[in-house]
Design a protein around this ligand. Structure first.
Ligand SMILES: [Fe+2]
Length: 252
């Protein structure tokens, strides 16, 4: 059995394989420049992206000010999470691809092309860059609550019974992920599900559907604000920050 196959089977949380449509991201040099966040409701000046050390990949600009997500996510957490961790993935990726064919490829192609291979460094850092681009866009000031009426709201009702059912399932995945990882809302053939992934993995490389929203549950995402209370962080993000406009755009 190939390494890729073994890894896929190891992700029991994601149920079935499906063709993943890849939402474009700001850090993706082939796709992302035309794609920003679905909406940026804040009138505050978006946070400037710290400078990457150079190379084909850059740190996306946050679509809001670094104070906009407080008190759910503090400015201090964003300072470390975005300005240190996310930037660190970008810088490391640029370092690893230098002089190799990977530096000519898109961010998405780097993570998909190295998944399940021995090229673990490029995989981890490209996937983590992609995941964080997706995460920041999954949040917005004064977000959260119920999905606005429409096709996605109907799909939520069909999959989870109601909005509360969705919130319960997403929170269960986010709090139940053992160790570092991510909790996703995923669409496959118009049907929704929740998936959790470990470390840098995501629904795109696992080929289980199109990601619509994500919550980062690595400790660096919440420990400054919530310490060990991951469930409090998850509940607050679902209630106050999820960017339904981004999810609706990704659902298509
Ligand atoms: Fe993170």
């Amino acid at each position: 059995m190939s390494m890729s196959r073994r890894r896929l089977l190891g992700h029991a949380a994601v149920a079935t394989a499906a063709l993943a449509t890849l939402p474009a991201l700001a850090g993706d040099k082939d796709q992302g420049k035309a794609i920003g966040p679905a909406t940026a409701t804040s009138t505050a000046t978006p946070a400037a992206a710290p400078a990457a050390t150079g190379g084909p990949f850059s740190l996306m600009a946050l679509p809001y000010a670094d104070t906009d997500l407080a008190p759910v996510i503090s400015q201090g957490t964003i300072g470390f999470h975005y300005g240190k961790h996310h930037l660190g993935y970008v810088n490391k990726l640029n370092e690893l691809v230098a002089g190799k064919d990977w530096e000519k490829k898109s961010l998405a192609d780097c993570m998909k092309g190295t998944y399940g291979t021995d090229n673990v460094g490029i995989y981890n850092n490209s996937a983590q860059t992609w995941n964080h681009d997706f995460y920041w866009q999954s949040l917005k000031k004064a977000g959260g609550g119920a999905c606005p009426t429409g096709k996605l709201a109907d799909a939520i009702k069909a999959a989870f019974g109601d909005q509360a059912g969705f919130a319960t399932e997403l929170a269960k995945a986010a709090t139940g992920q053992f160790g570092s990882g991510w909790a996703w809302l995923v669409a496959k053939d118009g049907k929704l599900s929740v998936a959790k992934t470990s470390n840098a993995d995501n629904p795109v490389v696992l080929n289980v559907g199109t990601p619509l929203l994500v919550i980062d549950v690595w400790e660096h995402a919440y420990y400054l604000d919530y310490q060990n209370k991951r469930s409090d962080y998850v509940a607050a993000v679902i209630d106050k920050l999820l960017n339904w406009d981004f999810a609706i755009k990704n659902f298509g």
